[in-house]
Design a protein around this ligand. Structure first.
Ligand code: G
Ligand code: G
Ligand code: NA
Ligand code: MN
Length: 253
């Protein structure tokens, strides 16, 4: 418990690893993609969620290194899955400052070419917060990614500001309805109404809609009825290591 004190941790920093959470097309039940989520395998604390780690990393140049590592791992993983006949799309998360230079787009283009992975297999998730910080530079990065052919998802949709402007002006392929709305929708008619409106709005703009935080069958049914495209959440699977995903997929089929 409590934040790590570096002096307490001894010499072993543990390791950073990626977990993957399946995304399921609601109309067909097919697994269409995964979201890559950073995990820190700590020598004593076990698997640490990235929240705290990323908050700290974002204060420094460490975030840039973490993101480079995430891009390397995810693109290499896509190539490995592809060689094993598993053709999925993978989404990765980037931080605000990752989008302030063209470095991320250049790195992604380089890795995709190096591993011969199709650009449309990869998607970058951005939050509305990223857009607030420095809209001009962030838009330049996003446009660069879009030109390469990488998909762009607007994450945590509904929690930021001027969402509608973003939907109109950015080269998005997908919006992810924030899990705070999805978690409540089975019990709270207001949440359900908000989610339905978001699905309708995004659909009308030609964007794929992903609901995150789908934890039970009732929510899944409501999303199905509302015409949501994709579901992601514990109802289907928790984030898991790449090897576990292969086993999970074999059982799911
Ligand atoms: O997986 P989990 O719920 O613990 O993730 C917590 C937060 O950390 C989420 O907001 C998620 O978007 C973020 N996150 C997870 N992996 C990454 C990553 O690789 N890079 C960045 N920038 N954020 C991540
Ligand atoms: O901020 P972002 O949307 O990237 O956060 C994704 C986070 O949501 C991950 O940390 C993941 O562990 C978490 N998550 C994934 N599925 C569920 C779910 O069904 N319920 C809850 N409460 N969290 C989930
Ligand atoms: Na995300
Ligand atoms: Mn999200």
């Amino acid at each position: 418990g409590g934040p790590a004190r570096w002096s307490d941790e001894g010499d072993d920093p543990g390791e950073i690893t990626m977990y993957y959470q399946p995304q399921i097309a609601i109309a067909t039940g097919e697994v269409v993609g995964v979201e890559a989520l950073l995990r820190w395998r700590h020598p004593r604390r076990g698997m640490v969620d990235p929240g705290e780690l990323i908050q700290v990393a974002e204060q420094s140049a460490v975030m840039r290194l973490l993101t480079r590592r995430v891009v390397d791992d995810v693109v290499e993983q896509l190539a490995k899955w592809s060689a094993a006949g598993i053709n999925l799309r993978a989404a990765l998360n980037v931080s605000v400052r990752d989008l302030h230079t063209g470095e991320i787009a250049d790195q992604i283009a380089d890795r995709l070419a190096r591993y011969a992975v199709r650009p449309d297999r990869l998607q970058v998730e951005i939050t509305e917060g990223a857009l607030m910080a420095d809209p001009r530079r962030v838009l330049a990065s996003i446009t660069q990614l879009h030109r390469i052919g990488v998909g762009i998802a607007l994450d945590d949709f509904g929690t930021g500001y001027s969402s509608l402007q973003h939907l109109r002006r950015l080269p998005l392929s997908e919006v992810k309805v924030d899990r705070s709305f999805v978690l409540g929708m089975a019990d709270d008619p207001d949440d359900a109404a908000i989610v339905r409106s978001m699905i309708e709005l995004a659909g009308a703009l030609g964007l794929r809609v992903v609901a995150e935080g789908v934890e039970d069958e009732r929510t899944w049914r409501l999303l199905h009825a509302a015409g949501c495209d994709v579901a992601q959440g514990w109802f289907h699977a928790r984030p898991m290591p790449a090897e576990a995903l292969v086993t999970w997929l074999a059982r799911y089929r």
